[in-house]
Design a protein around this ligand. Structure first.
Ligand code: UDP
Length: 242
């Protein structure tokens, strides 16, 4: 497990998909959900944690999908996807700031009128000053996912873990939507997570986490108070990949 050497506080990186923000519409940003997520993060922050956030862009555009049919080239589609994550990052920044938190967005692609560029040392200073940092624009490179970006940033900032916050309680032995007897797995190894039928994150993200011994926690972010239960009290349903 990597150790945060710059501060005594626990530092974690929370990743959630853009789709989480879309709500029932399945597209765009649902303001009630945005508010809910911001409040959950604010309550978690009150437990003396340093929090980094990576959000996906799937509620707006996904590179692979946008490139289907060939009208838009994959590389451009991926850049569009990365820009989508910045839109989400700015929305979360605003929602968190409306609750009185101090937040910075850092982008992997320079968009200096909108937010800071990603500078590792600057991100660390923000944490030390008590700010939440949202990392937008993924890795800044096409052909990667925001799961990989989140893993990369978590390693760079020496987060003790990456929390993959989802709509489900964790990792199951089979699809819980299809099988009533699906069992929640409290722990799986990186190698098991790399197996085809368990889609915790894409293979690049899991391999990166494995190479750097970064634990991945998977939990439900839509249960009120669950982020605190899982990260602070270590109780309730969640899965650990390590
Ligand atoms: N993306 C990329 N490089 C990165 C991160 C993201 O090209 O380092 C693009 C990619 O097209 C991806 C899109 O941004 O589909 C949105 O991210 P993702 O699909 O991972 O979002 P999520 O599924 O988490 O909402």
């Amino acid at each position: 497990m990597s150790e945060n050497k710059t501060s005594k506080k626990r530092r974690v990186l929370i990743k959630f998909s853009g789709e989480a923000l879309a709500g029932k519409n399945g597209f765009g940003i649902d303001l009630d959900i945005l508010k809910f997520i911001a409040l959950e993060i604010k309550n978690l922050y009150a437990h003396n944690l340093e929090i980094g956030i990576v959000v996906g862009g799937g509620n707006i555009i996904r590179g692979v999908t946008a490139a289907q049919g060939g009208l838009i080239k994959r590389t451009s589609a991926d850049y569009m996807g990365m820009l989508a994550t910045v839109i989400n990052a700015v929305a979360i920044q605003e929602a968190l700031e409306s609750l009185g938190l101090d937040v910075r967005v850092q982008s992997g692609i320079d968009i200096t009128e909108v937010c800071e560029s990603y500078i590792y040392r600057r991100a660390i200073r923000h944490f030390e000053k008590g700010r939440i940092v949202i990392f937008g624009a993924g890795t800044g490179n096409p052909y990667f996912s925001t799961d990989t970006a989140a893993t990369l940033r978590a390693i760079e900032i020496e987060a003790e873990l990456i929390l993959k916050a989802t709509k489900v309680n964790g990792v199951y032995d089979k699809d819980p939507n299809k099988f009533a007897d699906a069992k929640l797995l409290s722990h799986i190894s990186y190698d098991e997570a790399l197996k085809d039928h368990i889609k915790v994150m894409d293979d690049t993200a899991i391999a990166l986490a494995k190479d750097n011994s970064l634990p991945i926690l998977v939990c439900n972010m839509f249960k009120k108070g669950n982020l605190i239960d899982v990260l602070v009290h270590k109780k309730g349903d969640f899965s650990v990949v390590s």
